[in-house]
Design a binder for this molecule. Structure first.
Ligand code: NCD
Length: 337
C-alpha cells in the first residue's frame, strides 16, 4: 500500500509486506523513543488527537509519538466540551479539524464513525478505536510485540498458538488482531470466553477459511495449555446495556501466578491491551505476575510508541528523513528502557 496520505481505518487494508514495512520503521524509531536521539522530522506539523471515548494509552502514546517526531498535538478529549454536543455532524467536525491539523487520530463509540469522519477529512485519519469494531494501531503494536517476544523464544508468528481470553464479542483489539493474523499461516487460536461473549462468527469463519485452527471453549484450564502467547481482555462493560449485565461475566476467567504455573507452558507470553480491570471482582490479570519475565504488557505499551511513530512517519512521508535532523539529547534520560 501507499502509506503517504493514507487513512488507517482497518487492518484489512494491510498486506503482509505493509506490516513488515511498519515494523521496520518502528525498529528505526528506537533511539528516538528511548530518548537517545531527538529529531525535528515533523517540526511545524500538528496532530489533531480527537478522543470521544475514554482513553489513556492510545491517546497519550499517539501524542508522545507525534511529539517525539518533533510535531505538536492538539487534543479534544470529551464530547461534552466539543461542538458535537451542540449537534455538529461528524462531517462538519472533520472539515473543520482537518483544516487545523496535518493528521488526525480519532476514537469514537460508534462502529464506522471514524471511516465516516475520514471521508470528510482533508487530511489522513487514523482509527483510534470505533466502538466494538476495530483498533488497527493496537493490532499492529500487539503483533509487533508478539513478533519480538516470540523471537526471543526462537519462535515466529507463522504456526504459533495463541489463546484469546475474555470478552471477545465486544473487544475491538481482538477483532483487529485476529483479522491481522489472517495474513499469516497455520495459526492455532484458542478462544476462551463465556458462550455469550464469543468472537463474532464472521471473524471465526474467516480464520477457518484462511486455514487457521480455531478452538472455542469455556474451559480455561484446558485452553491455557500449549500456547506461545495468551492475550487477556477486560469485560467491555461500556458495551453492555447495564453494568449489572457486565457483572455476570466479570472475574469468570482470571490469570494469576499459580494458574499460570499449573496450566501454561513455561515462557508463554502474557499480553493484555490494558487497562486491566484490577478491581477484586474482576482482576483478570493478577498483580502477582507483575515481576514475571513473560509478562509483556508493559513492553506492549512501550512498543505502542514505536509503532505509532512509524505510522506517522510513513503517512506523512518522513520515514527516510527522521535521521536527517537527529541530534543527541541533552537531558538526563535515566535507565527506564
Ligand atoms: C483497549 C480499547 O480501548 O479497546 N484499550 C486500548 O486501547 N489499549 C482495550 C480496553 O479498553 O479494554
Amino acid at each position: 500500500m501507499d502509506f503517504r496520505g493514507a487513512h488507517i481505518l482497518s487492518v484489512k487494508q494491510f498486506e503482509r509486506t505493509d506490516v513488515d514495512r511498519v515494523f521496520q520503521v518502528a525498529d528505526a524509531m528506537v533511539p528516538y523513543a528511548h530518548r537517545q536521539r531527538a529529531t525535528r522530522a515533523l517540526e511545524g506539523a500538528i496532530l489533531g488527537n480527537m478522543f470521544f471515548e475514554p482513553s489513556t494509552r492510545t491517546r497519550v502514546s499517539f501524542g508522545c509519538a507525534f511529539n517525539l517526531l518533533g510535531g505538536q498535538v492538539r487534543e479534544t478529549t470529551d464530547v461534552k466540551t466539543s461542538s458535537i454536543s451542540k449537534g455538529e455532524s461528524l462531517y462538519d467536525t472533520a472539515r473543520v479539524i482537518s483544516g487545523y491539523s496535518d493528521v488526525i487520530v480519532m476514537r469514537h463509540p460508534q462502529t464506522g464513525s471514524v471511516a465516516e469522519f475520514a471521508k470528510a477529512s482533508r487530511v489522513p485519519v487514523i482509527n483510534g478505536g470505533d466502538g466494538p469494531n476495530e483498533h488497527p494501531s493496537q493490532a499492529l503494536l500487539d503483533l509487533y510485540t508478539i513478533k519480538k517476544e516470540l523471537q526471543s523464544n526462537d519462535g515466529q508468528i507463522d504456526g504459533m498458538h495463541i489463546a484469546m481470553i475474555g470478552d471477545l464479542k465486544h473487544g475491538r483489539t481482538v477483532h483487529s488482531l485476529s483479522q491481522l493474523l489472517l495474513l499469516y499461516n497455520n495459526i492455532t487460536f484458542t478462544l476462551i470466553t463465556p458462550a455469550e461473549l464469543r468472537m463474532p462468527e464472521a471473524i471465526v469463519s474467516e480464520l477457518k477459511q484462511a486455514g487457521h485452527t480455531v478452538i472455542e471453549t469455556e474451559d480455561m484450564e484446558a485452553g491455557l495449555n500449549d500456547n506461545d502467547t495468551i492475550y487477556l481482555t477486560r469485560i467491555q462493560e461500556e458495551r453492555f446495556t447495564t453494568k449489572l449485565e457486565a457483572d455476570i461475566y466479570r472475574g469468570r476467567f482470571r490469570l494469576n501466578q499459580s494458574i499460570y504455573t499449573r496450566y501454561c507452558q513455561p515462557n508463554t507470553v502474557i499480553m493484555h491491551p490494558l487497562p486491566r480491570d484490577s478491581r477484586a471482582e474482576a482482576n483478570e490479570l493478577d498483580n502477582d505476575l507483575n515481576q514475571h519475565p513473560s509478562l509483556a504488557i508493559f513492553r506492549q505499551t512501550d512498543n505502542g510508541v514505536l509503532v505509532r511513530m512509524a505510522l506517522f512517519a510513513l503517512i506523512l512521508g518522513v520515514a527516510e528523513k527522521v535521521d536527517d535532523s537527529a541530534r543527541d539529547v541533552g537531558w538526563y534520560t535515566g535507565g527506564r528502557f
